[in-house]
Design a protein. Sequence first.
Lengths: 130, 147
Amino acid sequence: MTSAGARTATVTPDAGVTDRYAAASGDRNPIHIDDDAARAAGLPGRIVHGYWTMAQVVRVALENAGGDPRRLRRLEIRLRGVVMPGLPLTLTVSDDGHRGRVAVSRIDVEQEGRSVISGARVDINAEEAP
Amino acid sequence: VSAGGLPLPKAYPSVDRTPTRSEVIAYATAVGECAPVHLDLAAAQAAGFPDVVAPALFVSVLLHEPLMDVVRDPVLGIDLDRTVVGEQTFDWHAPICAGERTRTQATVLVVEPRGRHRAVEVRTTTHVGAELRAAGLWVGVERGSGT
């Protein structure tokens, strides 16, 4: 269910995203870059790094709030399911009220109708940093 | 909290790292950042930053080596191949820019069975000088090691 204030964004991790993220982050766990190793670990194939997906959650929430990286305060997230390269992710950002000067967003993420993140929380300062 | 007689919490030595401009730009590109403060020195400086701004989740890159030290600690006996990030909390106090010398420290708080798996909770802090820039709670899940 989405509230009246909800906005959605679609991000597609392309087939090369796990190689690029592995190079940029240093996380070369084979389940992200080697289909055979991923299948040996019981996965359908290589999976997208969890931190890549978290980066999408924060980026979309922050863009929705004006984009100033100084205003970002907090992320709380639990990964429920794996993200596969090559299939679009749908991120839904909902306004979840204010705690003082902080605007709270709720983010839900689905891939092909399957929930991969439910109820992530991103806190962003409502005012510009001085 | 102790699990199997482990003395917890257990603090690990901090790890220093100074991200380069090209590392920050490569990370920003890999996660699809388009904002010029992450990609362009002049834009970052015009916005009041000393150099390009690392995207928020770049802090996870700074955690990588400290978390590997935890996961490889023979006292804890964690199987790296079966361990994935299950939950993560970050509190950011200020962005980290290229060229800033960061110091990241990890402390294991909890190692305990949760259902069919085993959970490992690690608190992390990332400082630049005396200033806390980001604090985190990483919850790793070692699959199939519970009760």
